[in-house]
Design a protein around this ligand. Structure first.
Ligand SMILES: *[C@@H]1O[C@H](CO)[C@@H](O)[C@H](O)[C@H]1NC(C)=O
Ligand SMILES: *[C@@H]1O[C@H](CO)[C@@H](O)[C@H](O)[C@H]1NC(C)=O
Ligand SMILES: *[C@@H]1O[C@H](CO)[C@@H](O)[C@H](O)[C@H]1NC(C)=O
Ligand SMILES: *[C@@H]1O[C@H](CO)[C@@H](O)[C@H](O)[C@H]1NC(C)=O
Ligand SMILES: *[C@@H]1O[C@H](CO)[C@@H](O)[C@H](O)[C@H]1NC(C)=O
Length: 810
């Protein structure tokens, strides 16, 4: 009320002033001014024109007042009041002009006059502020610092001056404040101020209501929404779902198996939340074994795992977001053992050769078994597959001794293949085996063995010297030198010094060589002891006896012993009684043959007889008997030429002449004989005596020399002397004799053992079915041998087989 009164007062003053002015300037134009607020109701009174123009109310109709601004005003003809005739909107009429007035003319008639009327229109607060945009969208990065200002669009207010926009406000919130700023053109705009750091992760949208208030009374306001989107800043590091991942994995998983997936999250968004994974500082071998998918974080195997190599893997993994933030975690991969390793058998030491005489329990080899698996999978037992004389002994964990568990014999079996199998206790168990060939070393434990228990060799006499006569062989199953046999003669019944002149043996081949031509008549048999000796150390040997039987050949012609020539070379004669009956044994032709058997089987034949048919000759006996009584016409002296033939092939023979005289006494016979003596050749007789004298001298000289040597020897070697004691030509019986017949022709050395006196040997291969008498065949070399029949015996001294020392006629 007070204000409107004051307004009226000022209006009155203005009207007054105008009036005075019009008086001064004439009546042509008078200005009348009014001032009204806008938006007055129609018919509202603005002012009384009549009174202000000093017109009387009575004359008003006559004056016919008219105004030009009929849209807004009209004039009351009765009272002269200026009335509002339409809506007066200051904002419409004047816009944003701060001063607004409507000017128009009023015309009066009678007299005609024109008046200028100015109606100033006062602003009223009839417009609220308003924002052009329905809402304001802002994006503020969460990393924006407090104090950052964001100028906003200003609001519009049609009113002016005090009614115009005065202040902006926002609803109370924690983050923003608002201040009202004035731009150089005077308009006001709101400015948003960030009071506190934003966190997108906490609140990514903020809704604010911006209110613009004008200065009217009452004030009007307009609002709009501010939508603030908090944009992401990479302010969050990725975070793993676990600090440490633990997983266990069978060691036999195939390549490419997924192990686990690590997961990191980032509260940021967009590229800031894009996480890539990578191994962190992993050793190259490990990082090759596992593949990390950089995008998904999945870990897969890239290769075969081996518990025995590495039982636990620790992988460091880094997660990195799109910015600079990283996070770390550890992955422990525990490998679970599978029985994937077979046990291994290795020989720590091994004797290459095992001597066959090794004791039981001797350690041959040290064996180590190893299984890389753990637990039951790595528990190993060992055994030998074959039936062999060896066994395994466990010494300490994983070590075994291979020891001898039975007798070894290289000759029986020289090598053993031993297969050692190791099996673990896994499920299923795995096993492996190792074979080794054990060689049994040779020891000289076998003596050579001759292939025959004894040897008998028949050699025909007169063999060529140097001929091989026999071969002995012995085998030795040992190896090398231990089985290499050489032969030698170690003993014989021959005179030791003469042995080498009889036989020799090849050490290598065992072939026996005759060193000379044997003579059956001299040596019928001899025995050798041969030795086979190996080259071991110590050497082993075996003996075998070898008997050499010298076979007979018909190399000796029969020798007629009787009748012999007389000492003067004349033939002896036998006397036959004249009255001898037929069958009377006159004499006997005695012959010997140094050969034996058939070769010594003599037969007697009459070659020539003075009186054939008078005498008969025993074919075998050589006995000369009368075949008939002596007739008168028969000559007293008879002559028989007898041939003695042996049974050899071809036969050899000798002849003898028998002189038979029929006489009743020797005296009677003598004359017959005396007329027959042949005159001896005196030249020959002289020669004979010369030879005898020379021989006698030589013998004497020899005797003297021998005597001297004998005396010397007796002093130094009494024992040797004793051997000579029996003297030359002494008869030796079946007892042991050891005679060296150095002076005799056909001298040889003979040693005969007395115990062999009864040993008989048979010439079974020599004896024919119809052979000589049995007693001829059964010969004992050590006994005196006589070519015998019932009547006569010829005794041989065994020492002098060639020399008939004694012959007795029965
Ligand atoms: C003014 O106008 C109003 C309405 O338009 C009317 O009723 C009134 O009679 C007018 N007054 C005069 C004096 O013409
Ligand atoms: C791993 O070994 C177990 C038994 O040892 C077997 O059952 C399984 O099939 C094996 N897995 C692979 C992938 O070979
Ligand atoms: C996978 O293993 C192979 C050979 O074992 C190797 O060449 C390769 O680089 C490995 N891959 C990765 C991603 O480590
Ligand atoms: C042992 O094995 C070797 C080679 O495998 C073979 O030649 C030999 O005959 C075997 N010996 C025995 C006694 O089985
Ligand atoms: C073999 O004979 C020799 C000589 O008689 C003798 O020394 C040796 O002991 C004999 N050896 C055997 C094995 O009989």
């Amino acid at each position: 009320m007070l204000r409107s009164f004051r307004k009226a007062e000022t209006m009155k003053t203005q009207v007054l002033f105008l009036f005075v002015l019009s008086l001064l300037c004439g009546a042509i134009s008078q200005q009348i001014q009014y001032s009204i607020p806008e938006e007055l109701a129609k018919g509202s009174r603005v002012g009384n024109l009549a009174k202000d123009l000093r017109l009387s109310v009575k004359e008003l109709p006559a004056r016919k007042l008219r105004i030009s601004a009929e849209d807004f005003f009209n004039v009351s003809t009765e009272s002269g009041d200026l009335l509002v005739n339409g809506r007066i909107d200051r904002e419409k009429i004047c816009g944003r002009k701060s001063e607004c007035a409507l000017e128009f003319e009023m015309v009066t008639e009678n007299p005609m006059n024109i008046f200028h009327v100015i109606v100033a229109i006062q602003d009223i607060n009839d417009n609220a502020p308003w924002f052009i945009a329905k809402g304001i969208d802002l994006e503020i990065c969460e990393s924006a610092l407090p104090g950052v200002k964001f100028p906003l669009d200003s609001a519009q207010d049609a009113d002016v001056k005090s009614n115009s926009l005065k202040i902006y406000t926002i609803n109370p919130n924690d983050y923003f404040s608002l201040s009202t700023k004035e731009s150089p053109d005077g308009s006001k705009y709101p400015e948003l101020l960030l009071e506190k750091p934003l966190d997108r992760e906490q609140q990514n949208y903020h809704h604010l209501t911006l209110t613009a208030v004008d200065g009217g009374d009452p004030p009007l306001s307009g609002t709009t929404q501010i939508r603030i989107q908090v944009t992401d800043a990479n302010d969050n590091a990725p975070v793993f779902s676990q600090d440490t991942y633990r997983v266990s994995l069978q060691e036999n998983v195939s390549r490419g198996t997924s192990v686990l997936q690590v997961m990191a999250t980032d509260q940021d968004e967009g590229i800031n939340a894009e996480i890539t994974y990578a191994f962190l500082n992993a050793p190259t071998s490990t990082s090759l074994l596992f593949i990390l998918n950089p995008n998904t974080g999945e870990i897969t195997t890239n290769g075969t795992l081996d518990f025995e190599e590495t039982s636990i893997y620790t992988l460091g993994i880094e997660a990195k977001d799109g910015g600079v933030h990283t996070a770390h975690c550890n992955v422990h991969i525990e490998i679970v053992d599978e029985n994937d390793n077979a046990p291994e058998v290795t020989f720590v030491s091994l004797s290459s050769q095992i001597p066959e005489d090794s004791d039981l329990g001797t350690v041959i080899a040290l064996i180590k078994v190893r299984d890389q698996d753990s637990g039951q999978n790595g528990l190993v037992t060992c055994y030998i597959q074959e039936e062999v004389p060896f066994k395994l002994e466990s010494t300490s964990k994983n070590y075994y001794k291979l020891v001898i568990d039975g007798a070894l014999d290289r000759e029986h079996r020289a090598e053993y293949n031993v297969t050692i199998t190791a099996t673990d206790k896994g499920k299923p168990p795995l096993s492996s085996s190792t074979s080794v060939t054990l060689h049994i070393g040779d020891v000289n434990d076998n003596a050579p063995v001759f292939h025959q228990a004894s040897y008998v060799v028949h050699v025909a006499e007169n063999n060529p010297p140097g001929a091989s006569i026999a071969q002995v062989s012995a085998s030795d199953p040992d190896l090398g030198p231990n089985g290499h046999v050489s032969y030698s003669i170690v003993a014989s019944d021959l005179e030791p010094r003469a042995l080498s002149s009889y036989v020799s043996v090849s050490a290598q081949s065992g072939v026996l060589f005759a060193q000379r031509a044997f003579d059956h008549e001299q040596l019928r048999a001899f025995e050798l002891t041969l030795q086979a000796r190996d080259h071991g150390s110590p050497a082993l040997s075996a003996n075998v006896s070898l008997r050499v039987l010298v076979g007979d050949r018909n190399d000796n012609a029969p020798r007629v012993l009787y009748p012999a020539l007389g000492p003067d070379g004349s033939a002896l004669f036998d006397t036959v009684p004249r009255a001898a009956q037929p069958g009377y044994l006159v004499t006997k032709v005695v012959a010997v043959d140094a050969d034996s058997g058939h070769n010594a089987w003599l037969s007697y034949h009459v070659l020539q007889a003075s009186e054939p048919g008078l005498f008969s000759l025993g074919l075998r006996t050589g006995e000369v008997r009368t075949a008939r009584a002596l007739g008168d016409r028969d000559a007293a002296r008879q002559r028989l030429l007898v041939a003695v033939r042996d049974g050899g092939q071809p036969p050899l023979s000798a002849t003898a002449t028998l002189l038979l005289v029929f006489a009743d006494s020797l005296q009677e016979a003598l004359p017959d004989l005396s007329d027959r003596p042949e005159p001896s050749d005196p030249q020959a007789e002289l020669q004979f005596y010369l030879v005898v004298a020379l021989a006698l001298m030589s013998v004497l000289f020899l005797l003297a020399v021998i005597l001297m040597i004998a005396l010397r020897l007796r002093r130094s070697f009494p024992a040797v002397w004793s051997c000579f004691k029996p003297g030359l030509g002494s008869k030796s019986g079946p007892r042991v004799s050891c005679n060296y017949e150095g002076t005799l022709p056909y001298s040889y050395n003979l040693c005969v053992a007395s115990h062999s006196a009864n040993t008989k040997f048979n010439f079974h291969n020599v004896a024919p079915e119809t052979g000589p008498p049995k007693d001829l065949l059964d010969e004992d070399p050590s006994m005196d041998v006589c070519a015998s029949n019932e009547d006569s015996q010829i005794a041989y001294d065994s020492s002098f087989p060639y020399h008939v020392s004694f012959c007795r006629l029965t």
